[in-house]
Every structure is written in structure tokens, then in C-alpha cells.
Design a protein around this ligand. Structure first.
Ligand code: FE2
Ligand code: FE2
Length: 214
């Protein structure tokens, strides 16, 4: 079901883009730091490429927000505050050199949230929306590949490490839920709710991260 953009449709869409811009900046910084601490040459190359893509996504959302409404650029919404908390958690894991945990946080949980949000935006609801359709398709392709990288990485982890990674995934999931709960831009018109979003996000996570480990 698509997200309704509201009465002032362009402003509401701009608010969603503004939140996505923050998410992209987190992804850009974190993927660059992952590339620095990753010892696998092929994965390092992927992470550098991902960081470059996230940088372009951030620039795109920043520009799109400004096109829709110049007034929104410095807005500090509850969703942005929640994403900043998410960033601090990711920064902590990266500073400690916990690459696998950071991949759970970025490529699996945060990318899952981003993909879910992108998939629910109905660009046709704003007069300016259709202009962003080609970019939305490209972004979805990129984000799918980032998420797939995270899933492949997880499949290669030792089984002994999975309970710990599942516990870390839950912490990231809780932080993502705070961002969902703060995203009144996305809800409030009866077409979707934070509860539905949370259920979909959890369902999008690999079962190794959501099962009950002994
Ligand atoms: Fe992105
Ligand atoms: Fe991404």
C-alpha cells in the first residue's frame, strides 16, 4: 500500500525526502568507514562503491527536497533525531572495529528500512513526484545490491557468532523502530501505520537474525 503524502503534498513529500537524505548520509559515512576496516579486497571494493553511490543518493535527496520546498532544509524532525541516535550506535561499532555488527546495522537493518520506505512512496501523489520516478528506480536497484551484500556477508559468518549478531540486530531494529515511530511524515492518513511498518521491517530481516537462539 502506498504512503499518502497529505494535503500539502509537495511539502509532505519533501519531509520524507529530508529524512531519506539523513539516512543516505549515514550510509555514505558508514560504508566509507567499513571499507577502511575491511580486510577482504573484494568486499572493500564493494563498500567503497557503495559509499560513492550513497553520496550521490544523499545529493539527490538534498536537491529534491530543495526543489519541493526550500524551507525544509534545516528541519530537525523526530525521525531525524532518531536517525542521529542510529548513527551514534553505528559509529560506536565502527570505532570498535566491529565490521560484522556494522554490516548488520547498515546493510541489513538500515537498508531494509530505506527499501521499505522507498517502496511505499507513491510519487504520483505530488504534482512534482513523477519527475523523481527514474531516480527512484535507480536507487531501488542500488539499495537492493547493498542489502544483498549484507545478506551474503551474514551467510558466511560462523554459526557461533550468529546469536550475538542476532542480539545486535535486535538493538538496531529497536533504533529503526524509533525512527519509524518518529516519522509522522509517512503516516497519519490511515493508509499505513508504524505498527505495520515495524512488522514489514522485521519480516524483511534474515531469519537467522530473528529466530530465538538458545
Ligand atoms: Fe542509498
Ligand atoms: Fe544503500
Amino acid at each position: 500500500m502506498a504512503i499518502a503524502i497529505g494535503t500539502d503534498k509537495s511539502t509532505r513529500m519533501a519531509r520524507v525526502f529530508h529524512v531519506l537524505w539523513h539516512g543516505e548520509r549515514i550510509a555514505y559515512d558508514a560504508a566509507a568507514r567499513q571499507a577502511l576496516i575491511c580486510g577482504d579486497i573484494k568486499a572493500k571494493r564493494f563498500l567503497s562503491m557503495q559509499s560513492a553511490q550513497e553520496s550521490r543518493h544523499a545529493a539527490l535527496f538534498h536537491a529534491a527536497t530543495a526543489v519541493l520546498t526550500p524551507r525544509i532544509r534545516s528541519l530537525q524532525t523526530p525521525a531525524v533525531a532518531a536517525l542521529n541516535a542510529y548513527r551514534r550506535h553505528l559509529d560506536h561499532d565502527l570505532a570498535a572495529g566491529h565490521l560484522a555488527t556494522s554490516i548488520v546495522g547498515l546493510q541489513i537493518v538500515l537498508e531494509g528500512l530505506g527499501a521499505l520506505t522507498l517502496s511505499r512512496i507513491n510519487l504520483a501523489l505530488s504534482p512534482h513526484g513523477p519527475r523523481f520516478a527514474p531516480f527512484k528506480r535507480l536507487l531501488e536497484q542500488h539499495e537492493d545490491s547493498h542489502h544483498a551484500f549484507g545478506r551474503r556477508w551474514l551467510e558466511r559468518q560462523d554459526i557461533e557468532s550468529l546469536p550475538r549478531l542476532a542480539a545486535e540486530a535486535y538493538r538496531y531494529f529497536e533504533l529503526a523502530c524509533s525512527a519509524i515511530d518518529g516519522s509522522e511524515e509517512l503516516f497519519g492518513y490511515g493508509v499505513s501505520t508504524p505498527q505495520i511498518f515495524r512488522l514489514h521491517l522485521r519480516a524483511a530481516l534474515p531469519s537467522t537474525l530473528t529466530r530465538d537462539w538458545p
